[in-house]
Design a protein around this ligand. Structure first.
Ligand code: BEZ
Ligand code: FE
Length: 293
């Protein structure tokens, strides 16, 4: 929509005045951020030209997001996730480096102090789901094995819920372990299944209004740390997942899609463990970038 030169001048004068209001800001970075925010916000308003009712609806949306947010529910991060802002911030802060494994969203379900499991141990801790054997190596970008790397894993169970979404303090479908002298690791987990992000708040209503699904592509979370390496926060996604590229938080990346080989009931397991029914297996070789890149 075009506006008259007089109207254009009124609108531009306001932008310039707000930008100038940050001239005395003592922090150059804060000044840069506030100036860019003002320019982009006003460009958005001048393009969309909201009615006052629409402006009010936006304020009400943010107010509801504030009201539903508490120590465990963070609706503003969910908003950032569903607009791709979290993923873009991760892209910016984890620059591609040689063949280093790509990062993706952290999500709200990580818990400090998960239980340690031995190599070959089971992080399911009784959570429902199909057993999945996960194995691989952790190396640096020169291919050197990284012994003693700490691998944290966490995931939703077959009902699409993380342990922290149940009443009670039981911890399941999460744990940590350390790589062996050759950088190798192996453990039992659950074959990942798709699940919805929390959608009973304003972000869920927004997704519904725009015709988007709250489902996340099935995934298994990893956080991998080793002295001298950039800590990697990522997931692996089973190939052929029905949600796939429609992941509600835009976390999927081609390099993170892995083949989870289905094993019919009765197939011998890699460690001789007796498994009732079918299971799956996946290999994920992790490459850590050096810290500081
Ligand atoms: C998750 O991976 O569990 C998640 C990530 C972003 C928003 C909600 C959930
Ligand atoms: Fe998740």
């Amino acid at each position: 929509m075009s506006v008259s030169p007089e109207q254009e001048a009124v609108e531009q004068r306001l932008v310039d005045t707000v930008v100038a209001s940050f001239d005395a800001c003592r922090s150059p970075r804060l000044r840069e951020v506030m100036t860019a925010l003002t320019r982009h916000l006003h460009a958005f308003l001048r393009e969309v030209r909201p009615t006052e009712e629409e402006w009010g609806a936006a304020i009400e949306f943010l107010t509801k997001a504030g009201h539903i947010t508490d120590d465990v529910r963070q609706e503003f991060i969910l908003l950032s996730d569903t607009l791709g802002a979290s993923m873009q911030t991760i892209n910016i802060n984890n620059e591609a480096y040689r063949d280093a494994t790509e990062a993706t969203v952290f999500g709200p379900f990580f818990v400090q102090d998960s239980a340690e499991v031995e190599l070959g141990g089971d992080v399911a801790f009784g959570a429902p789901g199909e057993p999945c054997w996960v194995e691989g190596t952790v190396t640096d970008t020169d291919g050197k094995p990284l012994a003693g790397a700490r691998i944290e894993v966490w995931e939703a169970d077959a009902d699409g819920l993380y342990d922290v979404q149940y009443d009670g303090a039981k911890r399941a479908a999460r744990g940590h372990l350390f790589t062996d002298a050759d950088g190798g690791y192996r453990f039992w987990a659950l074959t990942p299944t798709p699940y919805p992000i929390p959608n009973d708040g304003p972000v869920g209503q927004l997704l519904d209004a725009v015709g988007r699904s709250p489902l996340r592509a099935a995934h298994l979370h990893f956080m991998v740390a080793h002295e001298g390496s950039r800590t990697l926060v990522t997931h692996i996604f089973p190939e052929g997942d029905p949600v796939g590229w429609n992941d509600s938080v835009f976390g999927i990346k081609e390099s993170l899609i892995k083949t989870f080989d289905q094993q019919p009931a009765g197939t011998p397991t890699p460690d001789g463990r007796a498994v009732d029914g079918a299971w799956s297996r996946v290999r994920f070789d992790i490459v850590l970038a050096p810290s500081g890149v």
